[in-house]
Design a binder for this molecule. Structure first.
Ligand code: GAP
Length: 452
């Protein structure tokens, strides 16, 4: 993990948040390569689950939402983690993470009292900061971020930063039905930032205060659609996306079902698609059968009837929902972990070329020969009309290959003296390191073909 974090900083994928002011825990910024990679993941997700489907439409709801939204959804009351403080050094941690780290016991779904007993009765559970075993009681800590709007403080102006993108889709359900041509079963999909007041040290962007989610609410009538069948179909679509579209190694993936204690209050069945991160198998993508809990709650709290008439049965129903929900930043961390390869002479990110921040890099063999630089710049300008390309004229050619391998650029093109004679260049493949000489005019179709 440390090696991946170092590469991310060195090559402009991920920087610690507010770094020049000493950093801000659990926040991160994305550099030039990271911003491109995030964008590629988002675009693939949106293309696959919205553009390529007849039955899913997109939405982009507000990040700041009315306090009633979160009361209705149950988040102001129930969206909380169990926290504990070290009395000696005041270090704060999630109680479940503390137990898992120290004695490797899985405690998902345990009550506050049960967690408290495990910690108090186990002398091995010491503070990771000061080493003492001197803990406060375990208590609940709500994860929602409150915001005060306008100049008046107090309950009237209280709103929340959304803790999940899902609620935007429930509160706009009627808007979408009335303004588009959707028919049950159909999905609303959204990509966007969510905010949670998480207290967890380490593991880079795995768990942060601010993160991006890709969520789909797939609405259906339980009388005409079988929820178990839909649940399995969506699981297959998630698996296919990860293994085929992102190219992740199947051996590093597994499903885990939540038991009754662990399941969220709104869910009848939940499974996590877990990835084997450098720190172990952890949740990447969850799928839950949320029934019609959310639409029912919002109907009650808003006094607006959110039920619709199912055209197949002509009956008024409150649709049920299956929800696949993934973290885009967590997907980015998975992709970096899966593609990070240490070879004898280099580190290389063997990214799926579709995800690579830059598809090609163009170099002049020697940076101090204007005729080579000019020719290389011309090729660079032509290529970037077709795909994202970088120009690199710094250092020597070996260092440039080394840098592009670490960024995961699939193809490097070098302009040398032979180019000036016969309009050919060398193109080097990132994974095999093999070079072939090709005509400049053939470069674009060749690379487009390789990108698939
Ligand atoms: N609407 C359901 C929901 O939000 P969740 O399991 O809490 O479910 C869905 O979140 C996904 O969002 C997770 O599987 C994870 O990938 C991502 N996620 C959740 N909290 C996160 C955090 N603090 N930082 C980064 N990603 C997070």
């Amino acid at each position: 993990m440390e090696q991946i974090i170092a590469l991310c900083k060195r090559r402009g994928f991920i920087y610690p948040g507010s770094e020049i002011y000493g950093g801000l825990a659990n926040t991160y910024d994305y550099g030039p390569a990271g911003a491109e990679l995030l964008r590629n993941i988002r675009n693939l997700w949106w293309d696959n689950f919205v553009h390529k489907r007849d039955d899913v439409v997109g939405l982009d709801a507000s990040v700041i939402s009315h306090q009633e939204v979160w009361k209705a959804s149950g988040h102001t009351a129930g969206f909380a983690d169990a926290m504990i403080d070290c009395k000696n050094c005041k270090y704060r941690m999630r109680a479940d993470h503390l137990i898992e780290d120290k004695i490797k016991e899985k405690v998902e779904g345990k009550s506050l009292q049960e967690l408290d007993e495990i910690i108090k009765n186990n002398i091995k559970i010491t503070c990771p900061n000061c080493g003492k075993h001197d803990w406060t009681e375990v208590r609940k800590f709500n994860l929602l971020f409150p915001v005060n709007l306008g100049i008046v403080e107090g309950d009237q102006s209280l709103a929340y930063l959304r803790g999940e993108t899902a609620q935007g889709m429930f509160i706009n359900f009627k808007n979408v039905v009335d303004s588009s041509r959707v028919r049950l079963p159909f999905g609303i999909a959204q990509l966007g930032k969510s905010f949670r007041n998480e207290i967890t040290p380490g593991n880079s962007v795995f768990r942060t205060l601010e993160f991006e989610q890709g969520e789909i609410e797939y609405f259906f009538d339980p009388e005409t659609s079988d929820w178990e069948k839909l649940f399995t179909e969506w699981k297959n679509l998630m698996w296919e996306f990860i293994t085929q579209k992102l190219g992740i190694n199947e051996e590093n993936l597994r499903w885990r079902e939540h038991d009754e204690k662990e399941r969220s209050f709104y869910s009848k069945k939940t499974e996590d698609l877990e990835y084997n991160f450098p720190f172990g198998f952890k949740e990447l993508w969850g799928i839950a059968y949320r029934t019609n809990y959310d639409l029912t709650q919002h109907s009650k709290f808003s006094n607006k009837d959110l039920s619709i008439v199912d055209p197949q049965t002509n009956k008024k129903i409150m649709p049920h929902v299956i929800e696949p929900a993934v973290g885009i930043n967590r997907m980015l961390l998975m992709i970096l972990s899966d593609s990070y390869t240490q070879e004898e002479s280099r580190i290389v990110l063997k990214l799926n070329p579709k995800l690579a921040p830059y598809k090609a890099a163009v170099f002049p063999l020697l940076a101090n020969k204007p005729e080579l630089v000019e020719k290389a710049k011309k090729i660079y300008h032509d290529l970037r009309k077709n795909f994202v390309t970088v120009f690199d004229g710094r250092g020597n050619i070996g260092k440039r290959y080394f840098a592009q391998d670490e960024i995961g650029t699939p193809y490097c093109i070098t302009v040398d003296f032979e180019t000036l004679e016969n309009d050919t260049v060398t193109i080097r493949d990132r994974d095999t390191m093999k070079q072939e000489r090709v005509k400049i005019g053939d470069l674009i179709p060749l690379i487009l073909r390789k990108l698939g």
